[in-house]
Write a protein that binds this ligand. Sequence first.
Ligand code: NAD
Ligand code: UDP
Length: 312
Amino acid sequence: MARVVVTGGAGFLGSHLSDRLLARGDEVICLDNLVTGSMANIEHLFGDDRFSFTRHDVSNHIWVPGPVDVVMHLASPASPVDFQRISIPILKVGALGTHNTLGLAKEKGAKFFLASTSEVYGDPEVHPQPETYWGNVNPIGPRGVYDEAKRFAEAMTMAYHRHHGLDVRIVRIFNTYGPRMRPDDGRVVSNFVTQALRGLPLTVYGDGSQSRSFCYVDDQIAGQLALLDSDHSGPINIGNDQEYTMLELANVVIRVTGSSSEIAFEPLPTDDPTRRRPDLTEASTKLSWKPLIDLETGLARTADHFASVIGL
Ligand code: NAD
Ligand code: UDP
């Protein structure tokens, strides 16, 4: 049993992670400023006296009373729509928030876990992407605020590991979806599924030939816990290596939801990566982990969630 601080614990991934930590007997101290998270994601946890919530911006100094065994830093907006809307808070939580959470872990003698991202690979020239690939990121483009903040966060984490001997884990998360995503977060699965449920056209950006690889949330959290409990610092890719073009994804969503929606093409956002698929060799050999849930199954569960949230 561990006492775990989860930043971003009221978000999509952080709330699922909190569920799993509590289920295995850990205590969870959730810190979240609710910029993209929601109390609805954690309200079912308030009856559990091993769970606590404090509304706090972790880009400011963090104070947690008592011992802490693990600090898991998930706080950060993650949708490309937010990269322009709240660009400076994203830079701050990736940089200052990571510094503060590393400082908390050092002060408490705790293990530190960083939620990094496949975005550190940018628009990748190597495919699929192994952890050894250094990436291809435009630092001054609209996505740079997120990509570079996460790259800085990884550098800061490794500096604390080398300089202070901190026990660290870095996960590079590839596109993950599932219940508790916000219907209006602007990410592709949220957009396509809510559009399909409402009978609206699915908005495919560009010609839809760009690819992504989609991991169901339960698989993602299982991979993160396997990394946390392992002796490996990482970074380690966690995702699903089944790759789809956005046009293929749109058609799977239409099929799974039984929708009569059509497809509408819209302009491709600046610096949108052309392809993305994790090389999962490290995850399978070092963590004995692999994703289990296929896209159709995961999308059906996600569609049920969105249908109840948007009242269909
Ligand atoms: P999310 O927006 O649902 O969750 C992020 C949470 O962090 C929210 O609850 C938000 O309110 C909180 N937060 C943001 N800034 C904060 C701050 N300054 N102080 C305190 N709380 C703050 O997004 P998510 O998809 O759950 O992402 C969680 C983490 O995983 C992020 O670090 C993200 O970069 C990373 N990630 C997610 C994906 C994905 O596909 N979901 C992919 C790659 C990386
Ligand atoms: N996308 C799309 N239609 C949408 C939203 C996104 O075609 O309504 C595309 C987007 O251009 C990108 C992919 O879907 O190529 C994944 O976008 P998302 O915002 O989910 O995450 P990203 O992987 O780009 O961070």
